[in-house]
Design a protein around this ligand. Structure first.
Ligand SMILES: Cc1cc2nc3c(=O)[nH]c(=O)nc-3n(C[C@H](O)[C@H](O)[C@H](O)COP(=O)(O)OP(=O)(O)OC[C@H]3O[C@@H](n4cnc5c(N)ncnc54)[C@H](O)[C@@H]3O)c2cc1C
Length: 384
């Protein structure tokens, strides 16, 4: 790491020990396979079971539901190390720290017992399906409907851009249960897709970056779901359940950004110190030193901001506005840092075999998903 003397205030001894073992596992087991996964466009389903067996899933899920009984910091460590290792195809952060918390905080006791233990082992691979071809930012405008029919709901609709879309067999679907009720007409349905007639996976989408992430379209044509799969058991709560959990999703994006920036700085320092031009190393040019000193300052400031958000969040005090600003500001710094670093590699920076190229293309989407940066600023401005 480029900044070993700058420890994160929210990490305790247990987090640091976990960080070392997760980093070792990724380096030894998964990084050597990453090029093949990029080529295939997704990570194989077995990696989910392997992650479960290694204890990398649902670390903040309570032990009574099979989880590790840790706090969000434990999931954050896995998220940081996956981003640092450029394993951005691994949707474990979304699974452990976005979907599992919906169940933990909003699910009924029966739902927690039915789904969480299988999420911990990787038997259930989860996704959250909000976005549709016709709407992303404006969540209240979703058209996917869930109609009550006896003791079932019948889901009709199409979703797109869904992370883990090919591997997922457990999808939290954002539906309208009452078209006329605006935000109060939104509900979250828990769909086990293995037995679901009428469920279909569409294309694995061809993206600019995140090449080993199986982002996909999903279709629901008259999919019947037992009524007890309504998250929390009460219709019309979906929008509020989403709003409650989104700050953590935004913090995850900020964490990924920090780790990716630190990796980029490390890669760039190592490269410029050995690359020769005009009889000296690229590092010897004053421009390189100034650029990388600026990058280091940006990385330090960004990490300080995210660490402060982590400290607040672990105390249950992170508000939606600060989480939104962290997501938007960090992702913007990430874009700038990747651009500066890539430039110092010259033509090699444009070659995908160099991690800096992957870090550069993967950074772009950070300003878009999890709520675009424009929406983040709009949200934050409401509290100013
Ligand atoms: C790789 C990837 C993974 C994703 N994973 C998931 C997932 O797992 N689950 C899921 O549900 N979704 C996922 N998404 C979808 C993502 O969250 C949406 O793409 C995002 O919220 C933006 O929605 P949109 O694409 O429909 O853009 P639009 O909403 O159409 O926005 C287009 C532009 O208009 C701007 N805009 C819109 N409204 C306003 C406003 N009020 N003020 C100012 N500007 C505005 C936006 O900022 C943007 O610049 C993923 C997307 C990508 C690319």
């Amino acid at each position: 790491m480029s900044l070993p003397n700058f420890p994160s205030a929210w990490m305790d001894e247990e987090h640091r020990t976990l960080q070392q073992s997760v980093a070792r596992f990724f380096a030894e087991r998964w990084v050597p396979q990453a090029a093949a996964w990029r080529e295939a466009g997704q990570m194989p389903i077995e990696t989910w079971r392997e992650a479960g067996a290694q204890g990398l899933l649902c670390l903040s899920t309570p032990a009574e539901y099979g989880g590790a009984g840790g706090n969000f910091g434990h999931d954050a460590v896995v998220i940081l190390e996956a981003a640092r290792a450029c394993l951005n195809g691994f949707g474990g952060g979304l699974h452990s720290a976005i979907v599992a918390p919906y169940l933990i905080h909003c699910g009924s006791e029966e739902q927690k017992r039915r789904f969480l233990p299988r999420m911990v082992t990787g038997e259930l691979v989860s996704a959250i399906a909000m976005t549709e071809p016709g709407t992303g930012s404006d969540l209240q405008a979703v058209r996917t409907s869930a109609r009550r029919d006896g003791d079932h709901y019948v889901i009709d609709g199409a979703k797109t851009f869904i992370t883990n879309g090919q591997n997922a067999n457990f999808v939290v679907v954002v539906c309208k249960t009452d078209r006329g009720a605006g935000a109060k007409g939104v509900s979250l349905l828990l769909v086990e897709t293995d037995q679901a007639e009428g469920f279909r996976r569409g294309r694995r989408l061809d993206k600019v970056g995140l090449k080993s992430q199986d982002t996909s379209e999903l279709f629901f044509d008259g999919v019947r779901v037992p009524a007890e799969n309504l998250l929390g058991g009460v219709e019309g709560r979906g929008f509020f359940q989403l709003m409650e959990q989104l700050p953590q999703e935004r913090l995850i994006i900020a964490l990924q950004g920090v780790a990716a920036m630190e990796r980029a700085l490390d890669e760039t320092l190592a490269y410029v110190k050995q690359r020769q031009a005009f009889g000296r190393t690229v590092w010897d040019f004053q421009n390189t030193k100034f650029k990388l000193a600026e990058v280091q300052a940006t990385v330090l400031a960004t990490r300080a901001f995210v660490d402060a958000c982590m400290v607040s969040h672990l105390k249950g005090e992170l508000d939606a506005a600060r989480a939104a600003l962290a997501k938007s500001w960090v992702s913007e710094q990430q874009g700038k840092v990747m651009d500066e670093c890539l430039q110092l590699f010259g033509g090699y920076g444009y070659m995908m075999e160099y991690p800096i190229a992957e870090l550069y293309v993967d950074a772009r989407v950070q300003r878009i998903y999890g709520g675009t940066n424009e929406i983040m600023k709009e949200l934050a401005s409401r509290f100013m």
